[in-house]
Design a protein around this ligand. Structure first.
Ligand code: ATP
Length: 437
C-alpha cells in the first residue's frame, strides 16, 4: 500500500487534504490524474446505469436535507458506534477494538495505547453523522446533518421522479454524490474516509418480485466490475450473516476485493424491503403508495439497492492495476488501468526537440486532444518519458521521429505489451478509439 500511496502522490492522483498544514485526518484530495480517473469511473457507471437503461432515471439531490429524513431513516437513533475513552491518555477507541484487553469500564481493562489499567470508560454511543446549523442561530431547532448516504435523497424524491418521468414499476433512480461519516476508525488511504462519494441506485419493485430483481442486480454489478478489467480472482461476494444484516433488510451481499489489507467490501447490494418508503410515509404523512393501473393494486414498493463507493472503486482499480516488473534489467512500475478509465489516453513525444519534430508532434497532439485527454512531453530521455506515462497508466505512447517528418508516420507504444507499431498519423484517432472501449 505504501508504494501505491507514494505513486499516487508522485504522479498527482491523490494528495492528503490540507497537507501544508499537516493534513486533515482521513480526508483526501484528488490531483490532476486522480480527478480524471474517478470521473471516468463515475461516467462509466452513469452510462451503464442511466443512459443504457430505459428503466432508470438520474437524480442529483442536495447534501443538506430536512432533519426529519434522518429520524425516519433511523440514522438519528441507530447510526451509532459504541466508543470508549481512556481517561489517562485521552485516546478514543471502538468498544470492539481487538487490541483492548478486558471489558471497558472495569478495573482490569487495559488501554491499548498507554497501557493504563482501569482508565477505560464504559462504552458510550457516538453518532457518525456530521452536524451543522442552518441559518445564523446555532440552536437545536436549526440542526441539519451532512448526509451519511445518498440513498435518502432518492427515497424522498421517489414520487417526484415517478410522476415527472412517467416511469412504471419496476424502475430505478440513480445518483452519484458526496456523503459524510464521522468514522471512528478511518484509514487505509482512500478506503475509509470521512468525506467520500457514493454511486447508488435504488430499484423500486413490486413486493414478491424482489428476490428476482435482487439476484439480477447482484449479477449485473459483478459483471460491471469485471468489465473494468479487475482481476476476477480478486473479486468475491460476501453474503451478510444474520448478525451483519440491517434489521430491515431481507438479504444483502457485499462485493469484496482482495486488498493488500485483506478482503473488504466496496459495493453492497441490499434488499431493503419497503422499510424506507414506509418510514417516510409515516414520518411525512404523505402517501407513497404505488397504484398499479393494470391490476388496480396499491402497494409500497420494495427496494433493491446497489451502493458503491466511487473512492473505494478508484482504490480497487488502482491496486488491481499496480504492477512492478523488470524490463531489460530495469525496474518498471506500471498502472495497467483499463484504457476506458485511464486518466490520459495517450502521450505524444517528439524524439528530439529539433528537425521539425516538435512542430509535427504539436500538430498531432492538438488534433488528438480534441477527442482524448492527451499529454505532451518533450522533457528528458524518451525512456524516462515512457516510464512517467507507465506510472500514470497512459495506454499509448506516440513518438514522432525522423521518419515521421518524412512520411507522416508515427510509432505507437503499447503500455502493457511494450510493442511498437508504426502507423500513419492520420489513423491515430481511429487506432485509439478501437482500443479504449
Ligand atoms: P464499511 O463498513 O466498510 O464502512 P458500510 O457497510 O458502512 O461500509 P455502506 O453503508 O453499505 O457501507 O455504504 C456503501 C458503500 O459506500 C460502501 O461499499 C463503500 O464503497 C462506500 N463507503 C461507505 N463508507 C465509506 C467511507 N467511510 N469511506 C469511503 N467509502 C465508504
Amino acid at each position: 500500500m505504501e508504494k501505491l500511496v507514494s505513486l499516487a502522490k508522485r504522479r498527482g492522483f491523490v494528495f492528503q487534504s490540507s497537507e501544508i498544514y499537516g493534513g486533515l485526518g482521513s480526508v483526501w484530495d484528488y490531483g490532476p490524474l486522480g480527478v480524471e480517473l474517478k470521473k471516468n469511473i463515475k461516467e462509466r457507471w452513469w452510462r451503464s446505469m442511466v443512459h443504457d437503461r430505459e428503466d432508470i432515471e438520474g437524480l442529483d439531490a442536495a447534501i443538506l436535507m430536512h432533519p426529519k429524513v434522518w429520524e425516519a431513516s433511523g440514522h438519528v437513533s441507530g447510526f451509532t458506534d459504541p466508543l470508549v475513552d481512556c481517561k489517562h491518555c485521552k485516546n478514543r477507541f471502538r468498544a470492539d477494538d481487538p487490541r483492548i484487553k478486558g471489558t471497558p469500564g472495569e478495573p482490569t481493562a487495559q488501554c491499548p495505547v498507554c497501557g493504563s489499567k482501569g482508565t477505560l470508560t464504559a462504552p458510550r454511543m457516538f453518532n457518525l453523522m456530521f452536524k451543522t446549523f442552518m441559518g445564523p442561530v446555532e440552536e437545536a431547532a436549526a440542526v441539519v446533518y451532512l448526509r451519511p448516504e445518498t440513498a435518502q435523497g432518492i427515497y424522498v424524491n421517489y414520487l417526484n421522479v415517478l410522476q415527472s418521468s412517467r416511469q412504471k414499476i419496476p424502475f430505478g433512480i440513480a445518483q452519484i454524490g458526496k456523503a459524510f461519516r464521522n468514522e471512528i476508525t478511518p484509514g487505509n488511504f482512500i478506503f475509509r474516509t470521512r468525506e467520500f462519494e457514493q454511486m447508488e441506485m435504488q430499484f423500486f419493485v413490486k413486493p414478491g418480485t424482489d428476490l428476482e430483481w435482487f439476484e439480477f442486480w447482484r449479477q449485473e454489478r459483478m459483471k460491471w466490475f469485471a468489465g473494468l478489467g479487475v482481476h476476477a480472482d480478486k473479486l468475491r461476494f460476501h453474503q451478510h450473516t444474520k448478525e451483519e444484516l440491517a434489521h430491515y433488510a431481507k438479504d444483502a451481499y457485499d462485493i469484496q476485493y482482495d486488498f493488500p489489507f485483506g478482503w473488504q467490501e466496496f459495493e453492497g447490494i441490499h434488499n431493503r424491503t419497503n422499510f424506507d418508503l414506509s418510514r417516510h410515509q409515516e414520518f411525512s404523512g404523505k402517501k407513497l403508495e404505488y397504484l398499479d393501473v393494470a391490476t388496480n393494486e396499491r402497494f409500497i414498493p420494495y427496494v433493491v439497492e446497489t451502493s458503491a463507493g466511487a473512492d473505494r472503486t478508484t482504490l480497487v482499480v488502482m491496486v488491481d492495476a499496480y504492477h512492478e516488473e523488470e524490463v531489460e534489467g530495469e525496474k518498471r512500475v506500471v498502472l495497467r488501468l483499463h484504457p476506458a478509465i485511464a486518466p490520459l489516453k495517450a502521450a505524444v513525444f517528439p524524439l528530439v526537440n529539433k528537425d521539425g519534430m516538435p512542430e509535427l508532434a504539436r500538430r498531432i497532439f492538438d488534433d488528438l486532444r480534441k477527442r482524448y485527454n492527451t499529454f505532451y512531453d518533450d522533457g528528458g530521455s524518451i525512456g524516462r518519458r515512457y516510464r512517467r506515462q507507465d506510472e500514470a497508466g497512459t495506454p499509448f505512447g506516440i513518438t514522432i521521429d525522423g521518419q515521421s517528418t518524412q512520411d507522416g508516420s508515427v510509432t505507437v507504444r503499447d503500455r502493457d505489451t511494450l510493442q511498437q507499431v508504426r502507423i500513419a498519423a492520420d489513423r491515430l484517432a481511429g487506432y485509439v478509439a478501437e482500443r479504449i472501449v
